[in-house]
Design a protein around this ligand. Structure first.
Ligand code: N01
Length: 536
């Protein structure tokens, strides 16, 4: 009888973004043989690819960084409350260097297939160049927003000028001086891009399909005194992030919107609108995201702000969303975004009124007229959450395809495992708590590390979620989504992407319960010796 070959690695990690890097660090700490495969030429994931003008955090820098190393926390100094992409990428590189992570990462290595073999209880991955590697455990760290999508508009390849998707922005700076520039898309990315380039371009035309709610970021430099306070206060701040609903530093107001007088409510909204970060979204009254009437009060408040900030009231009305309430899509935070529309060189085109018919060699043709451009920027978003899974051909037991299994939406156990895909562990996959991402990443990585440690200690070589476990978690995630206004709205959070075939029906792709509840459930599974899993 032939001996079963020993896998090349204990674990393969796909992706060298924030989750892949920390997972590598943790597994190496356990003395395991680990290899990371990364499509890009360097570390950083989201922050490597999204170099578009104005890309920056909208969670506070200090609450976003890794918390696992006290030394790192004391060494690194964030310059702004919400750091820009270049600084964040420098930070991630600093982490990779400090912990010597690069030696176990293979760059320029896009994984195309991942196949489970029952005999050896291992996964074999194939890279774009045809090379193969195998490993006992396969960990996906491929990100919920990492597969960019271009708009399905006819004639895209005909355009003779320069065009870029924001998530595939060139490393060399783009010169906007005197240029006629178009931006398609007004999500968080479009808004950051628009407000940043409006002062640099010759003329800017924004093509908006759906108006989005946005609120002020109120960024600022961190002075020396604040820096010292931040460093001294890390343990308390991370403890706070652990307690809040979505791991941000903002705590939901325990009151409902109608438990206070009209004057108090207005004053509260005014205060939140003037404060830094996501407070107005997740530090607001506890019912604005579940109760239509409560939501209408904050939507009305922010609509009034837009009318005050935009001079031309026809334009202001176009910028006010009509088809969804405030905060029911992921809230973009802005810096003088609305004021951009007061500039003479900026025009807003509502493409619900005058739809884009095609891209032409010279620019963009709507039902109204042809616009000529030197540069077209596609800020058209991502095939979110499941898109990066769809791009890799994952084959589980008996050749089962993950794409087929998830045809009607993802089915997972704790958002980490899938039945018939033994030894495959997902970081920030579908059905996990996203929120302030690095906080969720650190928890998930620690949980996955604990499971692998347990398996090695007990000599287990096959870990699989049961059909019951998957059904009960998937049902739980669906139930949690009921009543959330965000689940009644089209957005990447409900799995909608108008540019991707088969992604026009809303699904429950995200865990929408609280992060503490998510962790309590996962901790319980670990404490009971992972007895809910099929282990052998
Ligand atoms: O993508 P989006 P994003 N024709 O999907 C439009 C995170 N993020 O890259 O709404 C015309 O939100 C589309 O229109 P509509 C954050 O979680 C974080 O902006 O579908 N328009 C929409 O306006 C965020 O939520 C930061 O009608 C088309 C836009 O393109 C997530 O990434 C910064 C179109 C896409 O918006 C995604 O944001 C940036 C078409 N064919 C992003 N197709 C931080 O601050 C699409 N659109 C950390």
């Amino acid at each position: 009888m032939e001996a079963t070959p020993i896998p090349d690695f204990d674990a393969i990690i796909i992706g060298a973004g924030l989750s892949g890097l920390y997972q590598l660090y943790r597994l190496r700490e356990q003395g395991l043989k680990v290899r990371v495969f990364e499509a890009g030429t360097d570390v950083g994931g989201t922050w490597y690819w999204n170099r578009y003008p104005g890309a920056r955090f909208d969670s506070e820098s200090y609450s976003y960084g890794y918390s696992f190393s006290k030394e790192l926390l004391q060494e690194w100094e964030w310059s702004e409350h919400f750091a820009g992409q270049p600084e964040t990428l420098r930070y991630i590189n600093y982490v990779a260097d400090k912990f010597g992570l690069r030696r176990d990462i293979q760059f320029r290595s896009r994984v195309t297939t991942a196949v489970y073999d029952e005999d050896s209880r291992s996964w074999t991955i194939t890279l774009e160049d045809g090379s193969r590697v195998n490993s006992r455990f396969l960990i996906t760290a491929i990100g919920p927003l990492s597969t960019p999508t271009l708009p399905n508009i006819a004639g895209r390849d005909d355009f003779k000028g320069a065009s870029f998707h924001t998530a595939r922005w060139p490393k060399e700076p783009v010169d906007f001086a005197g240029k006629r520039v178009a931006v398609i898309g007004t999500g968080a990315t479009g808004i950051q891009t628009i407000q940043t380039i409006a002062g640099q371009v010759g003329h800017l035309t924004v093509f908006q399909r759906t108006a989005n709610w946005a609120a002020p970021l109120h960024n600022g430099k961190i002075d020396a005194e604040t820096q010292a306070k931040i460093k001294a206060g890390y343990p308390e701040m991370f403890a706070r992030c652990r307690e809040t609903f979505a791991c941000f530093i903002h705590t939901t107001d325990p009151r409902g919107a109608f438990e206070v007088s009209d004057e108090e409510r207005e004053a509260n909204y005014e205060r939140l609108y003037g404060e830094r970060g996501f407070g107005i979204w997740i530090g607001n009254f506890n019912d604005i995201l579940i109760d239509r009437k409560a939501n209408a009060t904050i939507s009305d408040f922010v609509a009034r702000k837009i009318r005050q900030r935009v001079k031309d009231q026809t334009v202001a009305e176009k910028l006010i969303p009509r088809n969804h309430g405030f905060g029911t899509r992921r809230l973009p935070l802005e810096t003088l975004y609305y004021e951009v529309y007061n500039q003479d060189n900026v025009e807003l085109v509502d493409i619900k009124e005058t739809p884009i018919e095609r891209i032409t060699p010279k620019g963009i043709k709507t039902s109204d007229r042809e616009y000529e451009f030197d540069i077209i920027i596609y800020a058209t978003g991502f095939d979110a959450i499941t898109g990066s899974f769809d791009k890799i051909d994952f084959r589980g037991v008996g050749g089962t395809r993950l794409k087929d299994k998830w045809k009607r939406g993802p089915e997972t156990y704790l958002g980490i495992m899938v039945h018939e895909f033994p030894n495959m562990l997902m970081l920030m996959g579908p059905h996990t708590a996203l929120g302030n991402i690095p906080r969720s990443i650190e928890y998930s990585v620690d949980w996955v590390t604990g499971l692998i440690e347990f398996a090695i200690e007990k000599g287990l070589t096959r870990l699989e979620a049961t059909p019951d476990g998957v059904k009960s978690w998937t049902d739980h995630v669906r139930e949690l989504g009921e009543g959330m206004l965000s689940n009644e709205v089209d957005s990447w959070m409900t799995g909608i992407n108008s540019n991707v075939e088969g992604k026009q029906t809303r699904i429950v792709a995200r865990y929408s319960g609280s992060a503490p509840a998510y962790r309590a459930r996962c901790d319980d599974v670990a404490a009971k010796g992972y007895a809910e899993l099929r282990l052998s």
